[in-house]
Design a protein around this ligand. Structure first.
Ligand code: COA
Length: 258
């Protein structure tokens, strides 16, 4: 049975981490499947938005698989971290929006997976945390880098050094997630958001992701230049003519990605 399920409908790919008996913990097999799935989805012209969620009602992902981590030596642990980082880097670098629909525990590698997604929405029962220090390790799949960039160094260090879990409502206040809804509404909320995004200009979406993701790694002056260059490129597109024409003609835009 597959650990990563993919269902496609209406240009949305639903990626479900499917190991509920272990709270969807990320063993190496899951990571490899996740990598393959995202490589395929990146190339899939029929997919415009990806939603990542966890099977069951209890967990998004409860972390890297502790039973696998326990036997690692120094060299192996470094390689393990680099391997997990590479999978999550692929997700963050996706040229199409990736939404994490966090339906329960998002701990350790699960929190780091959510951090690598572009947008995080959560159910009210979701719990976020980086409990690695309680295991004698640190977050190794990007948590020490992405969390401070998202919520600021002080809040990130609170979570990383305490190892405590944060309820969804607090995660919302911190800016760790952008929306919190009852669990029963999570899928519909993710779908509605995905459909709204899909109604926008696809080239603009790709450029916006690049501007934010790559620009945030640049000095601001360079980021502004990059933004202006992308803005300029979009002015050459049929989609820009369509988007602005549709506004002026008071009709919905029909973007073609050209
Ligand atoms: N790695 C491996 N197995 C895990 C796991 C993980 N990160 N998280 C949960 N599991 C397994 C449990 O060992 C248990 O397996 P078992 O039924 O074969 O014993 C199963 O998933 C259910 O978890 P359980 O602990 O019984 O559920 P709970 O409701 O009592 O507690 C958590 C839920 C999330 C609080 C608890 O599972 C937990 O703390 N998990 C580890 C979180 C963590 O430290 N993640 C960071 C890893 S680097």
């Amino acid at each position: 049975m597959s650990y990563v399920l993919v269902e496609k409908a209406d240009r949305i790919a639903w990626v479900t981490l499917n190991r509920p008996e272990k709270l969807n913990a990320l063993n190496n097999e899951v990571l490899q499947e996740l990598e393959r799935v995202f490589a395929d989805l990146e190339q899939d012209a029929e997919v415009g938005v990806v939603v990542v969620t966890g099977a069951g009602e209890k967990a998004f992902v409860a972390g890297a698989d502790i039973s696998e981590l326990k036997s690692l030596d120094t060299a192996g642990a470094r390689v393990q971290a680099l391997g997990g980082q590479a999978v999550f880097q692929r997700i963050e670098s996706m040229p199409k929006p990736v939404i994490a629909a966090v339906n329960g525990f998002a701990l350790g590698g699960g929190c780091e997976l959510a951090l690598a997604c572009h947008i995080r929405i959560a159910s009210e029962n979701a719990r976020f945390g980086l409990p690695e220090v309680s295991l004698g390790i640190i977050p190794g799949y990007g948590g020490t880098q992405r969390l401070p960039r998202l919520v600021g160094k002080g809040v990130a260090l609170d979570l990383i050094l305490s190892g405590e879990m944060t309820p969804a409502a607090d995660a919302l206040r911190m800016g760790l997630v952008s929306r919190v809804v009852p669990l029963a509404d999570l899928k519909a909320t993710a779908e509605k958001l995905a459909k709204t995004i899909l109604s926008r200009g696809p080239l603009a979406l790709r450029s916006a992701l690049a501007a934010v993701n790559e620009g945030s790694e640049m000095p601001q002056e360079q980021g502004l230049q990059y933004e202006a260059a992308l803005f300029g490129l979009l002015a050459a597109t049929t989609d820009m003519q369509e988007g602005m024409g549709a506004f002026l003609e008071k009709r919905p835009a029909a973007f073609k990605g050209l």
